[in-house]
Design a protein around this ligand. Structure first.
Ligand SMILES: [Zn+2]
Length: 687
């Protein structure tokens, strides 16, 4: 394809020819993105139109393979753009993001509602047994068919119009929902004086002082509704009156009346989702959503949650009694309330385990822990990681060439670990290029992006134990991308259902706690000594502490989510009444509040990624706990045969198989909940 002269200077429009096929980071500027997106969208539209209008009868080649090969400029441009938008953004990049997001949504809608294109896919799908396809080709065809049907391609014209209108409405309601939560968070600040800080450790004081400064109260202290600010206040402040005050503000985000109240939005979104599901022939949204997940039905998801729920409640009751006893010992004469739980749990944790964050941190140096993630991948999968000097988008991002046991190139891994102003919060895995074999032997370029504190020059970065867990988690996702071994891009790497995608990541976390890894890599930054057995025991013992509370707080949300999305479209939803009644039905313990109450439950309503799917975290946890047990059963946490099956059926298999089938191929059976219950300390609670 030839490009007009004016676009020749746009580096986004050329093939990536840097080392390992990297893009020319140093010459890409924010103003290159909009024209590149315009061109990429137009090219992809033309490709789609040509496939749909092909005079030849539909074949796997002229339809599915053609679709799989289409949109390459769009993929490259999007991958590049969203890596920057997440890890190294700017006002210019954010402006492009606002501009381009609705265009991308409309483009995807138009693709999936293209009737001529769908007719070709449906025709092939009908004849799938007679096309002479291999297993992978059959799976790709199947996935295309399901994806188009679920996106409304098979509906008649009027229904398609309604479907598209619902999608657009839901998208704008979702954006509004998130902005309302953010507005409520921004508009509330609890401004405190020095004398109000009783109990707060230095790091929390420093953070409160900085927050006050930033909000125009220099010299004072501010507690905000950001989880980190508010939760650490609830954990450490001995001022019960102030804990109650901040807790109340925290749990009423999104329901304060006026322009930022989310309750009417929720009612409308739930109704629209139910209508969309009904258009596709499902009784409700939960049925629709879970039909294409590993769980398959809301009943299956609920069966797991119910099993966990009754044990979690029993454990939480016992925890509450212990906390109440602590209050009595201190001479307190009041019943434990939700704003007291974190405070007394923290006191108890210190008394019981004598474990101080400051004692643990020196053992978890970032560099050593990165080595530990690499060593684990070497012992499990024979991979090696060698630092390479390649130009990337920021000096803190580093590249590693990945090779297999035979010295063959596997892909490029990029680690970008330190927090900075241009980076979004959180931790994630993403890619610049995914593995596939359709257009040649395309090797993946996979990134891990984290937000660890950057040390002063010359000092080594130290992690908390939770940070180290995050490092292993994201690296597990990275391996899912790096080890991918499929032909078709649609099936590559992490393109699996949301109740399966956390298996490779959560499973990898287990190797952080393997004694030989800790002994070798968790070494004191000054003395170089490994942790004493006593310290290690104390650290590992805290894992099941307060898990009744944590499990109740999470599971209640998952249960209410499933209930909410089982409503028919005719339901006249009163959000508060619904939530209260749903919690009464499951007998929610009185001193615990849902981790996310509905009016600010962003997993469900901003974007909707976890609508009717909040259960997925626990579903994946059943899988990871059971999968790690497969290693433990052999007596060797690096058992070669088990690792081989793990690689073949999970880490390298992408979406080649139905997830339940993939798991069964790895484990020889479906998972049971036992290992999860043990991991959370819920196994001994009830018979
Ligand atoms: Zn994850």
């Amino acid at each position: 394809m030839t490009h007009p002269q004016s676009l020749l200077a746009n580096p986004l429009l050329t093939e990536w020819t840097g080392a390992f096929g990297l893009p020319p980071f140093e010459s890409i500027k924010p103003e290159h993105f909009r024209p590149a997106f315009d061109r990429a969208l137009a090219e992809h539209r033309a490709e789609i139109d040509a496939i749909a209008a092909d005079k030849a009868a539909p074949s796997f080649d002229n339809t599915i393979v053609a679709l799989e090969k289409s949109g390459q400029l769009l993929n490259r441009t999007s991958n590049m753009f969203f890596v920057l938008a997440g890890a190294h953004t700017s006002d210019e990049i954010e402006a492009v993001e606002r501009d381009i997001s609705p265009l991308l949504a409309r483009h995807s809608n138009a693709l999936h509602l293209n009737r001529a294109l769908y007719a070709r896919i449906a025709d092939l799908h009908c004849r799938r047994e007679r096309l002479g396809l291999d297993v992978e080709q059959k799976r790709v065809l199947d996935r295309y068919h399901i994806r188009f049907v679920r996106a409304g391609a098979a509906l008649d014209k009027p229904a398609q119009h309604r479907f598209a209108a619902i999608n657009e409405k839901l998208a704008s309601l979702g954006t509004q929902f998130g902005q309302n939560v953010l507005a409520d968070e921004k508009s509330y600040t609890l401004v405190l004086e020095e004398g109000d800080l009783a109990g707060l450790p230095d790091f929390a004081r420093a953070a409160a002082r900085a927050a006050a400064e930033e909000r125009g109260h220099p010299g004072k202290y501010a507690i905000t509704l950001a989880r980190s600010s508010c939760e650490s206040f609830l954990q450490f402040s001995s001022r019960r009156d102030l804990r109650e005050k901040i807790f109340h503000a925290w749990i009423t985000r999104g329901e304060n009346g006026g322009a930022t109240d989310n309750r009417a939005l929720i009612a409308e979104m739930v109704r629209l989702r139910a209508e969309r599901a009904r258009l596709l022939g499902f009784a409700n949204y939960a049925d629709y959503r879970l039909d294409d997940q590993m769980a398959k039905t809301p009943q299956a998801a609920r069966a797991l949650l119910d099993e966990v729920w009754r044990r979690a409640c029993a454990k939480a009751d016992a925890e509450r009694d212990t906390l109440q006893a602590t209050i009595a010992q201190e001479g307190g004469n009041f019943a434990l309330e939700a704003w007291d739980w974190r405070y007394y749990a923290e006191k108890l944790r210190k008394a019981k385990f004598d474990l101080d964050e400051a004692e643990i941190k020196p053992y978890f140096q970032l560099d050593k822990m990165i080595e530990a993630t690499f060593e684990t991948a070497r012992r499990l999968f024979g991979l090696t990681f060698t630092p390479v000097n390649v130009p990337l988008y920021h000096p803190d991002a580093h590249g590693y060439e990945v090779k297999d046991a035979n010295g063959r190139h596997v892909g490029l891994f990029i680690g970008d670990y330190f927090a900075r102003a241009s980076k979004h919060s959180g931790a994630w895995m993403t890619s610049l290029r995914d593995q596939e074999k359709l257009t040649g032997d395309v090797r993946p370029i996979i990134l891990n992006v984290c937000n660890f504190n950057k040390p002063a020059a010359g000092e080594s970065a130290l992690l908390s134990f939770d940070d180290a867990r995050t490092l292993f988690h994201e690296f597990g996702h990275a391996l899912h991308g790096l080890l991918s071994n499929v032909t078709y891009p649609l099936l590559a790497g992490a393109a699996v259902s949301s109740d399966f995608v956390e298996l490779p990541s959560q499973l990898y976390e287990h190797w952080l706690e393997v004694p030989e890894i800790l002994q070798k890599y968790a070494r004191h930054t000054v003395t170089g000594e490994p942790m004493s057995q006593m310290l290690l025991d104390r650290l590992l013992a805290t894992r099941t502490f307060n898990q009744g509370f944590a499990t109740v707080e999470y599971t209640a949300c998952a249960l209410v989510d499933l209930d909410l999305h089982a409503l028919p479209e005719t339901a006249r939803l009163q959000v508060n009444t619904f939530e209260r009644e749903a919690l009464e039905r499951i007998k929610m313990p009185s001193a615990i509040v849902m981790r996310h109450r509905l009016p600010h439950f962003q997993h469900l309503f901003s974007g909707g990624g976890y609508a009717a799917s909040y259960y997925a975290y626990m579903w994946s946890e059943v899988l990871d706990a059971d999968a790690f047990q497969a290693f433990e059963e052999t007596g060797d946490t690096f058992d070669a045969k088990t690792a081989r099956r793990l690689r073949d059926y999970i880490y390298s298999a992408g979406n080649l198989r139905d997830p339940a089938e993939a798991y069964q191929a790895f484990r020889g059976r479906l998972p049971t909940v036992d290992a999860l219950l043990k991991k959370r300390g819920l196994d001994a609670v009830l018979a």
